[in-house]
Write a protein that binds this ligand. Structure first.
Ligand SMILES: [Zn+2]
Length: 145
């Protein structure tokens, strides 16, 4: 943090830089802006996906409400569909949360730092996966748990 930074009211300065891993080129303002746009796009994409999936889910529950006279095979397949829709909604929610969290970090100026080890996440990874809040090594360690 630069020593010249004033306390109290923080001016809403646009974020122009993101930490880089050793050997990475520094971020350009355009690249930073691309990340911001990508995060926002991802958030709205996920919100849309959740909306659609929930609407589909509501339909399935409605259909499933009247089980009388239905072929057990049909009931089975609609349960399967419902499970699928539900896991889609859940996935989309998790992705939305990740993207929102990444965007919050971005706005706060802490974007690009691994939540787990505090090291820069690395430019390559963030450009492929803007909602990443952990470096590759920590993410893999977490997934193995
Ligand atoms: Zn890490």
């Amino acid at each position: 943090m630069p020593p010249t930074q004033r306390r109290g009211a923080t001016p809403k300065a646009p974020i122009t830089s993101i930490p880089v891993a050793e050997g990475d080129d520094p971020w350009t303002a355009e690249e930073v802006e691309e990340i911001r746009e990508e995060l926002l796009a991802e958030i709205s994409r996920m919100e849309k996906a959740i909306e659609v999936a929930e609407a589909g889910l509501a339909d399935l529950f409605e259909d499933g409400g009247d089980g009388a006279g239905r072929d057990p095979a049909d009931v089975g397949s609609s349960n399967f569909e419902r499970d699928q829709e539900m896991s889609m909604v859940q996935n989309a929610r998790e992705m939305l949360e990740q993207a929102q969290q990444a965007y919050r970090l971005f706005e706060a100026g802490h974007y690009g730092i691994c939540e787990s080890c505090g090291q820069p996440i690395g430019k390559d990874r963030l450009q492929v996966f803007p909602r990443a809040t952990m470096c590759m090594a920590c993410k893999q360690r977490e997934e193995r748990r």
